[in-house]
Ligand binder design. Structure first.
Ligand code: FE2
Ligand code: FE2
Length: 257
């Protein structure tokens, strides 16, 4: 069994420092094997915001993997950078967190995809090149490994690209997204014998709240079973808000009864 912590939309530059400290404490108490961050680490892709994001990742007791979100690209008010070097600060300040990150061990392979579009602001895209990359990585993965894909944009904001069912068709078990600052867990059903679990995380520690409190997901995975616990900020501490159980038969994930 492995425990994955899924964080999104940290937005350094607009963080609540009490929540940041409580989040680090909660993560250290649950001892995840890896922390997966699905984008928007910064508010405006400024150097000091990337430095704060880097410092946060360095304080984790677990390894981390991250992909950029739309807020991590050079802003439109800096058009030269936006057009020609949109990810330069992300790559400079988060070394080792390149735009095609992979975390794997003998039980899990987690593949990061950069769904941002530098000529658009909020919408993302699941591209054919992403699917080719997933195919190539999974071709080398052990049959027992739980297969995870993480990207910033959830299905509703990645309409320009392939539907997320394409990931379930490729044997992906779990998809992790963010961007809309609202926790949500559902099954993505590609066909009567292929499905996967989608987990969308709220904003982990920013004051950019929409319909949801700050939160993240703690996910325990085994080859044929998965538990997704969403954890939310109560005003004093993080606590479990929902638990979703799933089990797998063949290539199909279902809600556990
Ligand atoms: Fe965000
Ligand atoms: Fe976003």
């Amino acid at each position: 069994m492995r425990i994955l912590a899924h964080l999104s939309d940290l937005h350094f530059g607009r963080t609540d420092e009490r929540v940041v400290e409580a989040l680090l404490e909660d993560l250290s108490r649950h001892r995840p094997d890896v922390v997966i961050v699905s984008g928007d680490l910064t508010q405006r892709a400024r150097t000091h915001q990337f430095a704060a994001a880097r410092a946060f990742l360095d304080r984790l007791d677990a390894p981390s993997v991250v992909v950029p979100g739309n807020h991590d690209l050079a802003p439109f008010f800096n058009p030269i950078h936006r057009l020609f070097r949109p990810r330069s600060k992300f790559e400079k300040h988060l070394p080792g967190h390149e735009t095609w990150p992979i975390w794997r061990d003998d039980q899990v392979v987690a593949i990061g995809l950069d769904s941002t579009r530098h000529l658009r602001w909020t919408s993302g895209k699941l591209r054919a090149s992403h699917l080719d990359h997933v195919d190539a990585v999974l071709a080398d993965a052990s049959a027992e490994a739980v297969r995870v894909v993480f990207l910033h944009h959830p299905p509703a904001t990645a309409l320009a690209g392939h539907p997320f069912e394409a990931l379930a068709e490729r044997g992906v078990d779990l998809v992790l997204t963010g961007h809309v600052h609202k926790a949500h867990v559902e099954l993505i059903v590609a066909s009567h014998h292929r499905s996967c679990v989608l987990v969308q995380a709220s904003t982990a520690c920013s004051t950019r709240l929409r319909e949801d409190a700050n939160g993240y997901a703690l996910i325990s995975v085994e080859p044929a079973a998965m538990t997704v616990e969403t954890r939310g900020w109560s005003g004093e501490r993080f606590h479990a808000t929902h638990r979703h159980g799933f089990h797998r038969t063949g290539s199909q994930w279902r809600h556990a009864t």
